[in-house]
Design a protein around this ligand. Structure first.
Ligand code: ARG
Length: 264
């Protein structure tokens, strides 16, 4: 099925502050390499037949490439992001403005802190929502009320996996892959109950952000280093498309972080 993704070219990408354990401002990052890797990701989606829209990158917002954090769009309704850290605060209004000026008039400026699809992952009948590091649980309720789809709260406990999309991804509308160690014991139980057939990822695969993957239900675009997880996905009949986003990982992001899905 054809997907519609919103992306932001990393023209101003840099690692100049540290708001997650992946970021080391001393070491920095190579912007040109990041742009090349991002271009390959964009081309990968286009070659799969997906539609990619672009939002203009803004100077002074080095993390704006991580479009997933910009909003949550379900059924044409746009739930705007409200960032945890002041360094990224201006991205929320910028993404919301993109949507309103592109004809999405059912858009909500969130009251509560939430980082869009970084912490909200949409399946056919429910939305999985992370909390613990960024998104506030009050935003889970606000999103459910606005979008009319059940939101299930999951507690993240490992700072390396500070967004839900670093620890779990939907394989299709009804199943997921995840790394159990990123979740509290009770949330692990919730996941086991909801998804008895889930693909369980190892810590090694999670530690290269292998779970920050994008599936269209058939093709999975995934960090190249996540070898074990790729093998398991192939075994389960998925087409696996490895990409190298090592430069963006220096900011704590992978393929999914660069990709905001627009569900009309
Ligand atoms: N440096 C960014 C931050 O910490 C990375 C965001 C990654 N995005 C994501 N969807 N996980 O906010």
């Amino acid at each position: 099925m054809t997907r519609h993704y919103l992306m932001c070219r990393p023209d101003h990408f840099a690692v100049e502050y540290a708001i997650n354990p992946w970021m080391d401002p001393e070491a920095g990052a190579d912007r040109e390499a990041a742009v090349r890797q991002w271009e390959t990701l964009k081309r990968t989606y286009e070659e799969l037949g997906h539609r990619v829209s672009l939002i203009d990158p803004l100077e002074g917002l080095p993390d704006m490439v991580f479009a997933a954090n910009g909003a949550l769009v379900v059924g044409g309704r746009v739930y705007g992001a409200r960032f945890t850290h002041p360094q990224r605060a201006a991205e929320g209004p910028a993404y919301l403005e993109w949507f309103t000026s592109n004809g999405y008039d059912r858009a909500l400026e969130a009251t509560f802190t939430n980082e869009g699809e970084g912490d909200f992952l949409t399946l056919d009948r429910l939305i999985l929502a992370g909390t613990g590091f960024r998104t506030d649980v009050t935003a889970h309720r606000e999103a459910q009320e606005f979008l009319g789809r059940a939101v299930v709260t999951l507690h993240l406990v490992d700072p390396r996996f500070y967004h839900l999309d670093t620890a779990l991804f939907p394989l299709n509308g009804h199943n997921v892959a995840y790394f159990p160690g990123a979740f509290s014991p009770s949330s692990q139980e919730v996941l086991r109950n909801l998804f008895p057939d889930a693909v369980i990822a190892s810590e090694d695969d999670a530690a290269v952000l292998g779970l920050n993957a994008v599936s269209d239900g058939r093709n999975v675009v995934i960090n190249a280093e996540a070898a074990g997880l790729q093998l398991e996905l192939k075994r389960q009949g998925f087409e696996v498309i490895p990409v190298d986003l090592s430069e963006l990982r220096k900011a704590g992001g992978g393929p999914k972080c660069c990709t905001l899905e627009i569900r009309d």
